[in-house]
Design a protein around this ligand. Structure first.
Ligand SMILES: Cc1ncc(COP(=O)(O)O)c(C=O)c1O
Length: 447
């Protein structure tokens, strides 16, 4: 195996890692021991030293159809040659309309309009703005308050971190949006330990919304936003009946319900969206990541017909929503997205994920007695393995496991002392076994 110096000499390794300020990364530690990948195909990355790394996380929960899908690559290449860029402000290009219609045809209920963004974070901030503006459009302008949830992750815009519930993502950034409240998170280790799929305990956490409404009055509340399955804070599966109850309480009080489906969208649970899986239709839904299989940055907000219609008032020459991005509905993203939907459909990937979910569950729960493991959680093709934190050094066990797993040819993701898994939906049973056995072996080595 070539070492770092040999790789630099061969021109493969950048010889200066300093200028790139890496996101959500321990920069100094990384740059001292860089983990670089230079290629990807199917279920594997190729590391800079030539090793194959099994992708247990679909990149960052985005490459649902596996890496290097030819159809998607070719669609992007062809589009770049045909129309590299066109604005969608007072002008347009056919693919954006085609892609929005394609998505609308897949969405549950009457979610039937798409507002395009470039990331999940932008989708969240767009959804929050649309929700507040909608209330104003229907004569409910006092409804400005937003309700998020503890341990929620909604990207990194000011709106997203304000409704989000991760302390480190919030504490450095000032006073955030005002008028935000948080529901309690739904996780209770003592009552939900080693649940398979949805825990039976915890639907009552939704009732806290009644308490918040009673405190502020419904006439001040615009929207509630939750991830149907919370991913980034360590895979928190909603208790049975919880999302239904949230929906009922929102309906009772005229509050919009927003599902952040940035990770659950596009087959992760074995259904097109979590809304389909749980049988709960939100008023707005955010998506990103799997929308283009990760190949071109893109996000979207999907809204119910009543929301779009509420904006279509006044003189037809007037702009209805003062919001958008230079790259909203970028031609390359739309081309990638349309090809991605073809791949999902042609390969039956959502159904495949549903068929594989029981095997996934069984395999993951095989780690119940592995060293340090205090909980295993799963739903669809998502897994969470929680470790007992090392006394006085929380987070270090999982992070050591991450580094050791990478050295053994497996990419996992960690948050605190939780290992999160979300492989591409093309994963084979033997590769699931490989993930589980690698993690078991790695945990044995972790102090
Ligand atoms: C639920 C959820 N919402 C929003 C985001 C932010 O998406 P992005 O990183 O594309 O801005 C993420 C990213 O992981 C996410 O998991």
């Amino acid at each position: 195996m070539p070492d770092t110096l040999e790789l630099i000499t061969a021109g493969q390794m950048p010889n200066n890692l300093q200028p790139f300020w890496m996101p959500f990364t321990a920069n100094r530690s990384f740059k001292g021991e860089p983990r670089l990948v230079v290629g990807a195909e199917g279920m594997h990355y190729t590391a800079i030293d030539g090793r194959k790394i099994l992708d247990g996380t679909a990149g960052l929960w985005c490459v649902n159809a596996g890496h290097g899908r030819k159809k998607i690559t070719e669609a992007i290449q062809a589009q770049a040659g045909q129309l590299d860029y066109a604005p969608n402000f007072q002008l347009g290009h056919p693919l954006a309309f085609e892609f929005a219609a394609r998505l609308a045809s897949m969405l549950p209920g009457d979610l039937d309009h798409a507002f395009f963004t470039n990331s999940g974070s932008e989708a969240i901030d767009s959804a929050l703005k649309i929700a507040i503006a909608y209330q104003r459009m229907i004569g409910q302008g006092t409804r400005q308050r937003l309700i998020g949830r503890e341990r929620g992750y909604h990207g990194t815009g000011f709106g997203g971190i304000s409704v989000g519930g991760i302390v480190k993502n919030r504490m450095f950034f000032g006073s955030l949006l005002n008028g935000v409240d948080h529901l309690p998170h739904t996780f209770d280790l003592s009552k939900q330990k080693f649940s398979r799929g949805m825990p039976d305990y915890g639907a009552h956490f939704a009732d806290e919304l009644e308490r918040i409404v009673a405190l502020h009055d419904a006439s001040t509340v615009a929207a509630v936003i939750v991830e149907p399955v919370a991913g980034s804070t360590g895979v928190l599966i909603p208790p049975r009946g919880y999302l239904q109850r949230l929906r009922e309480i929102c309906d009772k009080h005229g509050i919009l319900l927003i599902f952040d489906e940035v990770i659950t969208g596009f087959g992760r649970l074995g259904a097109p969206f979590a809304a389909d899986y749980f049988g709960v239709v939100p008023d707005l839904m955010t998506a990103a990541k799997g929308i283009t299989n990760g190949a071109v940055p893109m996000g979207a907000v999907f809204v119910r017909k009543k929301i779009y219609d509420a904006f279509m008032q006044g003189p037809p020459e007037a702009i209805e929503l003062f919001h958008g991005y230079t790259y909203s509905g970028h031609p390359l993203a739309c081309a990638a997205g349309l090809a991605t939907m073809d791949v999902y459909q042609e390969d039956g990937l959502f159904e495949r994920a549903a068929g594989l979910a029981p095997y996934w569950e069984e395999a993951l729960h095989g780690l119940k007695d592995a060293k340090h493991v205090i909980d295993v959680r799963n739903l669809g093709i998502i897994g969470g393995i929680e470790l007992e934190p090392k006394p006085g050094a929380p987070g270090t066990r999982a992070f050591t496991a991450f580094r050791k797993a990478f050295a053994k040819g497996l990419l996992i993701r960690t948050t605190g002392d939780i290992i999160a898994l979300s492989p591409p939906l093309i994963v084979e049973k033997a590769q699931i076994d490989q993930m589980v056995e690698t993690i078991r072996a790695v945990l044995k080595e972790v102090e």
